[in-house]
Design a protein around this ligand. Structure first.
Ligand SMILES: O=c1[nH]cnc2c1ncn2[C@H]1C[C@H](O)[C@@H](CO)O1
Ligand SMILES: [Zn+2]
Length: 355
């Protein structure tokens, strides 16, 4: 199918809920930062390096996909580099027409040079603020919220949950757990999730990506996740269009699915974009959102993910608006602020596009 041209999608306002800061660096920035600290890279030409990330992440396994992060995390160990990467992230998302983004990363992975958790968070928040201000000045306003991630194989989730709550009034809007899923169920971090619930805070959980329904069930029914990071394996509870109890619960409660089409193809969660369950899940009216996961590892952008879906499933502007409004409705910022973006930015733009 023809699909909507990428350039047109770039111009439309979009919202992004699932994007990793350490999965979205510019290849040229990695080369410069690595040179400055003497970190050895697989190659030093930015274009080659960009291809290396995509090819290496194209592994068919989440564990191998995650190995590529060693190089991005290695160059994000100082306040200056964290600030730079966050600033460029805000600028790149704004240039792609993203007007609202929640970007996540794991502060515990940025302590190798002796930074404190608070220093990491403050450097990233300052980078997002500076990048957003520059984007606005250039006529591309964007709001960036931060999610702090705890690594599911580690044991710092309570500490990171407390860190998130400490920065809730200065830009951190939610919490997440990420990393290899098999063998590391969400309930390992139950104390952190119960703490966050007592604090009336928001969190999403990577679940139902490399592991199936038990992970999703725990994330929702034991841990109380507001959203599912990926959640794509919820299709295992749907047979011939008929929903099982867990799938019904997720749909009926309007639990947002942060679907990441290209990432799922690379980790082997789905065979191809055309085979992605997003088509079925949309038809069944789940609260589906479209996301990038890791723009560097997938060589992608939110506009490209949407363009691929318009090609594969024949979607038009009405569907792109639907995905965008779903994401805005599911954002972790206050209701009135979500509504303002939907009514004042998203809907007027799509009214013109849909005609
Ligand atoms: O798709 C993913 N699934 C699980 N973990 C992931 C995914 N993408 C990135 N991560 C991990 C690697 C990063 O270093 C970490 C924090 O952003 O989150
Ligand atoms: Zn992710």
């Amino acid at each position: 199918m023809a699909g909507i041209p990428l350039d047109d999608i770039v111009k439309a306002p979009k919202a992004l809920l699932h994007d990793h800061l350490d999965g979205g660096l510019r290849p040229a920035t990695i080369v410069e930062l690595a040179d400055g600290i003497g970190h050895a890279l697989p190659c030093t030409d930015p274009a080659d390096l960009g291809r290396w990330f995509v090819e290496s992440a194209d592994s068919g396994s989440l564990e191998r996909y995650l190995e590529t992060f060693a190089h991005t995390v290695a160059v994000m160990q100082t306040e200056e580099s964290l600030h730079r990467v966050a600033r460029e992230c805000a600028l790149d998302l704004a240039a792609d027409g993203v007007v609202y983004a929640e970007v996540r990363y794991a502060p515990e992975q940025h302590l190798e040079n002796g930074l404190s958790l608070d220093a990491v968070v403050e450097a990233v928040l300052a980078g997002f603020a500076d990048g957003s201000a520059e984007a606005a000045a250039a006529g591309r306003p964007i709001r960036v919220g931060t999610l702090l991630t705890a690594m599911r194989h580690a044991a710092r989730s309570q500490e990171i949950a407390e860190l998130s709550v400490r920065y809730r009034d200065t830009g951190v809007v939610g919490f997440d757990i990420a990393g290899a899923e098999a063998g590391f169920p969400p309930t390992r971090h139950l104390d952190a999730f119960e703490y966050l619930q007592r604090e009336n805070f928001h969190f999403t959980i990577h679940a139902g990506e490399a592991f199936g329904l038990p992970s999703i069930w725990q994330a929702i029914q034991w841990c109380g996740a507001d959203r599912l990071g990926h959640g794509v394996r919820i299709v295992d509870d749907i047979t011939g269009g008929k929903l099982g109890r867990l799938a019904s619960y997720v749909r009926d409660k309007r639990i947002p699915l942060e679907l990441c089409p290209s990432s799922n193809v690379q980790t082997g969660a789905v065979a191809s974009i055309a085979d992605h369950p997003i088509g079925l899940l949309r038809d069944l009216r789940f609260r589906v959102t479209v996301n990038t996961d890791n723009r560097l590892m997938s060589g992608t952008s939110l506009s490209r993910e949407l363009a691929l879906l318009t090609e594969a499933f024949g979607y038009g502007w009405a569907e792109v608006q639907w995905f965008t409004v779903n994401a805005m409705k599911s954002a972790f910022i206050p209701f009135d602020e979500r509504l303002a973006l939907i009514n004042e930015v998203v809907k007027p733009a799509y009214a013109k596009l849909i005609g």
